[in-house]
Write a protein that binds this ligand. Structure first.
Ligand code: F6P
Length: 321
């Protein structure tokens, strides 16, 4: 049997440990591992190669993805999917492991419906926005990147008596911003999932400034599109000089944390074991739910929108009102 791995969509730390473990674990199981380079675009273009141990030597600690990634529009078209299928046939590849978000899983599900190529998806996105899993690969490293940047920004803000607005990624999901706001001790947290009361927050902060507060940290999720408004509010209503930092793609890179390395290994072990079990099944996703790994269908992943757990949003109450 031959199994190929590909990484698709936004990359994240943890993909390289996953790729390394995939190769090691396939060899351990006497299975030939393949790489599909450049995500779904590479699948279409036949950018496929047998993996050898040397390919993954020394990549455990590296961010990004050694086999690269892409966001493919062509894969939506049947003719390109057929071309992709012919490439797999040519290499004798039976099954796929794909690391990515729900869009990538949907794309492979269509591929499975067209040509019957079995696959298992591993949730890998810093956004942590996939329904059915509590954790997506890369999130812990992204949170640590945000923490380290915010700690540094707080230092300089305190030196100047300034406000700082830190914008995090996450697309429409406020998970990164929320957890960062809680764990960095922010004063304000603006995420799509929570209403906020700037009037009341402003009153509280003005009083604190009068009583010696030297800085204000606001974490804003990109999905709210409120970064500039919060800067204006701090400067004009609260009355503190303010700078904004858009952390951007720094959140997608960096050395994977221990947690992301371990999660990568566990996700991939589960994915490969299922593909090796020979049980016939539709496209599946390995999810981490209530501290256990399990499998759900693509339809299940697509059946609902990911929601941040209420116990976490509750912790941000004082940062929104
Ligand atoms: O989905 C991951 C993500 O990093 C989002 O948080 C962000 O909105 C988007 O990708 C950025 O995409 P790109 O790398 O294509 O600019």
């Amino acid at each position: 049997m031959s199994i190929a791995i590909l990484t698709s969509g936004g990359d994240c730390a943890g993909m390289n440990p996953a790729i390394k473990h995939f190769v090691d674990y396939c060899f351990y199981n006497n299975v030939q591992p393949y790489f599909i380079y450049d995500g779904l675009e590479g699948l279409i273009d036949g950018n496929i190669r047998k993996a050898v141990h040397e390919d993954v030597a020394g990549i455990m600690h590296e961010g990004g993805t050694k086999i690269r990634s892409s966001r493919s529009k062509r894969f939506f078209e049947y003719a390109y999917r057929e071309q992709a299928y012919n490439n797999l046939k040519e290499h004798g590849i039976d099954k796929l492991v794909i690391l990515g978000g729900d869009g990538s899983f949907r794309a492979l599900d269509q591929f499975y419906k067209d040509f019957g190529v079995q696959f298992v998806g591993v949730p890998a996105t810093i956004d942590n926005d996939i329904f059915g899993t509590d954790y997506c690969l890369g999130v812990d490293t992204a949170l640590n990147m945000i923490r380290s940047a915010t700690d540094a920004i707080r230092d300089t803000s305190a030196s100047f008596r300034r406000g700082c607005v830190v914008e995090t990624m996450g697309r429409d999901c406020g998970y990164l911003a929320l957890v960062s706001a809680i764990t960095c001790g922010a004063e304000v947290c603006i995420i799509p999932e929570l209403p906020y009361d700037l009037e009341n927050l402003g009153k509280k902060l003005k009083s604190q400034l009068r009583h010696g507060r030297r800085y204000i940290v606001c974490i804003v999720a990109e999905g709210t599109k409120q970064t500039q408004n919060i800067v204006n509010w701090l400067e004009h209503d609260v009355g503190i000089e303010t700078r904004a930092t858009i952390l951007g793609h720094t959140q997608r890179g960096g050395n994977p944390t221990v947690h992301d390395r371990l999660m990568a290994i566990e996700f991939v072990t589960n994915a490969v074991d299922t593909l090796l079990s020979n049980a016939s099944h539709d496209g599946l996703v390995v999810v981490y739910k209530n501290a256990k790994f399990e499998f759900v269908t693509i339809d299940y992943v697509n059946s609902n929108k990911y929601q941040i757990k209420a116990h976490l949003t509750k912790l941000a109450k004082s940062m929104v009102e």
